[in-house]
Design a protein around this ligand. Structure first.
Ligand SMILES: *Cc1c(COP(=O)(O)O)cnc(C)c1O
Length: 363
């Protein structure tokens, strides 16, 4: 017997959507949460206080400033956006990816990215009916494979290429020369996704004006404001003007605008937190490197990718969960990530709890 609702749903929803699995977010419960690249630190009490006070001045009965003028000016300065370049804001950089693809989704237009990478490039391509082309990174060190990339670009002529810099989930920075060769070979747009900028030493922000087909995207999520949902796309106004047309009105709430402005005025405490995370990353990498059954890759982000030997990634993931620690199992995410897991850098205490549980499990 067929369920009448189910058959109506199946006849109306696009087959490529029916075939998708929704973006999975694990319920952390009471677990030590090291799965989502969040900043583990709370705000200092006096900062929290001043923030709550600031929010009192928001006229919540009114629509937000539709163009978020003050916030954009503040981000322009704090993020080092070159003069003459503009900013477009999104409800998280996820929404910016969506806006770019909505604007570029002509019939036959393609999205390209080296893989494994951030899954939302491919998911969003699907949502808007664009074909996604993944070009495998080199399997040993996850560097860009320039020959494969340039061949794919010339053959497929993608409308847009996403390069996560550093890349998620591998944690590495592609070399400057490899990125330059991709941008120069592309007839389409290249978006450099600097979501992990706070943890990397390098950026293409100062160089946007050098290329007429390159934009830089950032988010405040990994910096420590994941709950706000705020991303930014920097580039030539000629690009951003068009993407702005597909932006939903008032996409940045007045609470987000006020909170982000406040946080940027007090950016030093966030910079201190990210410096602590970078220091903790070094200690965590060292502790992981000392475990025989673990192979790990160097990271310029706030997470570490590693592979286990002798046990399966699922055994490790479930075992950690039972011991109270939640990380991300990537074993099924990409052929190159067989038996790999990704751990977010937490506080020293959280990292130690994770390492101890892992040591007990790999034996
Ligand atoms: C986390 C992440 C994002 C999404 O950031 P939001 O601003 O929280 O939507 C974008 N790109 C990469 C590479 C990420 O890892």
């Amino acid at each position: 017997m067929t369920d009448p609702i189910k058959s109506r749903v199946a006849s109306l929803v696009r087959p490529e959507i029916l075939a998708l699995k929704a973006y999975g977010v694990a319920d952390p419960g009471d677990l030590v949460k090291l799965d989502a690249m969040e900043n583990p630190y709370e705000w200092p009490a006096e900062i929290k206080h001043a923030w709550a006070e600031r929010l009192q001045s928001v006229s919540i009965n009114r629509y937000p400033d539709a163009s978020a003028r003050r916030l954009r000016a503040s981000l322009h300065e704090v993020m080092g956006v070159p003069r003459d370049m503009e900013l477009l804001l999104g409800n998280g950089s996820d929404e910016l990816i969506q806006m770019v693809l909505m604007a570029l989704a002509r019939p036959g237009a393609k999205v390209m990215a080296p893989t494994p990478t951030f899954v939302m490039y491919e998911m969003t391509a699907r949502f808007v009916g664009m074909e996604f082309i993944g070009v495998p990174l080199k399997p040993d060190d996850f560097s860009l494979d320039p020959d494969a990339m340039l061949a794919a670009i010339s053959e497929q002529q993608p409308a847009v290429i996403f390069l996560a810099y550093p890349n998620n989930p591998t944690g590495n920075l592609f070399t400057t020369t490899d990125i330059e060769s991709v941008v120069e070979a592309a007839n389409g747009l290249v978006v450099i996704d600097e979501a992990y900028h706070a943890f990397a030493e390098r950026s293409f922000m100062a160089r946007i004006a050098e290329y007429d087909n390159m934009l830089v995207m950032r988010t405040v999520s990994k910096l420590g404001l994941a709950g706000l949902r705020l991303g930014l796309l920097a580039g030539d106004p000629a690009w951003l003007r068009e993407f702005d047309k597909v932006r939903l009105p008032y996409n940045i709430s007045s609470l987000t605008q006020a909170s982000a402005e406040f946080a940027l005025e007090n950016i030093e405490f966030l910079n201190e937190q990210t410096a602590r995370i970078r220091a903790a990353r070094g200690k965590l990498a060292e502790a992981l490197g000392a475990i025989d059954q673990i192979e790990l890759w160097p990271s310029s982000a706030n997470f570490i990718l590693f592979r286990v030997r002798g046990k399966t990634a699922s055994e490790i993931h479930d075992g950690l969960r039972q011991r109270g620690v939640l990380i991300k199992n990537l074993d099924k995410a990409d052929p190159a990530l067989e038996n790999c897991l990704r751990v977010t850098v937490g506080t020293d205490e959280e990292n130690t709890a994770f390492v101890h549980a892992l040591q007990a499990l790999v034996r």
